[in-house]
Design a binder for this molecule. Sequence first.
Ligand code: 13P
Length: 247
Amino acid sequence: MVAGNWKMNKTLQDGIALVSELKALLADTTPKCEVVIGTPFIHLATVAEMVKGTPIKVAAENCADKASGAYTGEVSAEMVKSTGAEYCIIGHSERRAYYHETPEILREKVLLALANGLKPIFCIGEVKEQREANQQNEVVKAQLEGSVFNLSAEEFANVTLAYEPVWAIGTGLTATPAQAEEIHAFVRSLVANRYGKELADNTTILYGGSCNAKNAAELFAQPDVDGGLIGGASLKAPDFKAIIDAR
Ligand code: 13P
């Protein structure tokens, strides 16, 4: 899978223009991977309509940790689903860091997404100090145990994981292919311990963090790197297309 995460970028009009451009670029090709674009809530319904009949799927970047009711400004998983979106990014490091989303809150979001037929793209990853202290394995293990390893195997089968080292996000400091492979293989081994080898082998584990048209092929060539979650480079259709072609 190659998934874009627009973050808080693009007006509705600019988002429509970007999707039109991407659709045109993909028109004559059949991508070898699943293609997902993650957009702000306000774009979802329009974009989902625009990509009908194409290989492109749509993701929200977040959903509420409550089902419905008096939560001013929140958007529920049920509402996301009603737009035509199929995926929901949950636990992005920016949500954890700036909006104080705890493992418990993220567990609720994952459960609500699944209960409403959305497939979570669950993000994990260590910050720079943790990598420098060689704590990345224990960090991602705790993140998985805190928010998704409570799921049944049937539920977990709908979860995509995204390893995004925080020190690589938006910094131009990409993990090396060897660093990515090492931790992706570790993550897969954790999934295997919890759910068995078959489900682990079928789990999609994306890499995210300064992944671009130049470095994508080398990262995606690693056996346990099943694609990418792309921030900045997903905002330019030709760059995003080049990353899709690299998978
Ligand atoms: P960049 O690709 O801009 O580093 O962002 C990665 C990311 O956070 C995707 O979710």
